[in-house]
Design a protein around this ligand. Structure first.
Ligand SMILES: Nc1nc2c(ncn2[C@@H]2O[C@H](COP(=O)(O)OP(=O)(O)OP(=O)(O)O)[C@@H](O)[C@H]2O)c(=O)[nH]1
Ligand SMILES: [Mg+2]
Length: 225
């Protein structure tokens, strides 16, 4: 992405502290359609960027929420989810999560519990939307009750990356939730992290100061008369 000035800060998590940036992550078993959903939503203007070191793809998207420009980074994984565990940095400073399962494979629905548990370990309070993908394969699945959403009090959508059903709604809602989370949250972990960062800074300052004092003491030793 030459020339747009983004390359340096792409993985600079501090940018998510600024008001206009939000980070939305996607979770779920391999092959449930996470990437296809993102591609379907971003088709007109998506700019995939393969960062092989981190094995993830960032999709950048700019939109307007309540009259303000919002830059969204959608984070998509490239394979690690097969091991049912993501690197902590994937969750770090995320503002919303889209959690996907495949209506054709029961196991991917069963595994939502594991994904949700891991999500909550890192991000106890961010909004999370549960998504039943591939409904085009058999529309009758929409008659079924999938209780995971209800059980955890999470919004639930039937979607299809293949024919586009509900995809725009899903992503627009996810962005709104991410922005409102960012504006209103008093996420306990965020607070703790901020406190810890301040604490580290203060500690460092104190150490620097005492080093200086030691030095000046050395330099001003009373001379023997
Ligand atoms: N019928 C149908 N197939 C879909 C749909 N979405 C994705 N697929 C297919 O499912 C397969 C997996 O889709 P991906 O988007 O690559 O899945 P993923 O979750 O990103 O998989 P990993 O990157 O391995 O974690 C592909 O063959 C897609 O064509 C859908 O809505 N309907
Ligand atoms: Mg993928």
């Amino acid at each position: 992405m030459a020339g747009d000035g983004c390359e340096v800060s792409d993985l600079d998590q501090d940018k998510y502290d600024s008001a206009e940036n939000v980070k939305i992550i996607c979770l779920g078993d391999s092959a449930v359609g996470k990437s296809k959903l993102m591609e379907r939503f971003l088709m007109d203007g998506f700019r995939p960027q393969q960062l092989s070191t981190f094995a993830l793809t960032l999709y950048k998207y700019s939109t307007c929420v309540d009259g303000n420009t919002v830059l969204v980074d959608f984070w998509d994984t490239a394979g690690q989810e097969r091991f049912h565990s993501m690197h902590a940095s994937y969750y770090h400073k995320a503002h919303a999560c889209i959690m996907v399962f495949d209506v054709q494979r029961k196991i991917t629905y069963k595994n939502l519990g594991k994904w949700y548990q891991e999500l909550r370990e890192y991000r106890p309070e961010i909004p999370c939307i549960v998504v039943a993908n591939k409904i085009d394969a058999d529309i009758r699945v929409t008659q079924k009750g999938f209780n995971f959403g209800k059980k955890h009090n999470l919004p639930f959508y039937f979607v299809s990356a293949a024919d586009g059903t509900n995809v725009v709604k899903l992503f627009k809602d996810a962005i709104k939730l991410a922005v409102s989370y960012k504006q209103n949250s008093q996420d306990f972990l965020d607070e703790v992290m901020r406190e810890l960062e301040n604490f580290e800074l203060e500690k460092q300052e104190a150490e620097d100061l005492s080093e200086k004092e030691d030095l000046s003491e050395d330099g001003e030793k009373p001379k023997a008369v």
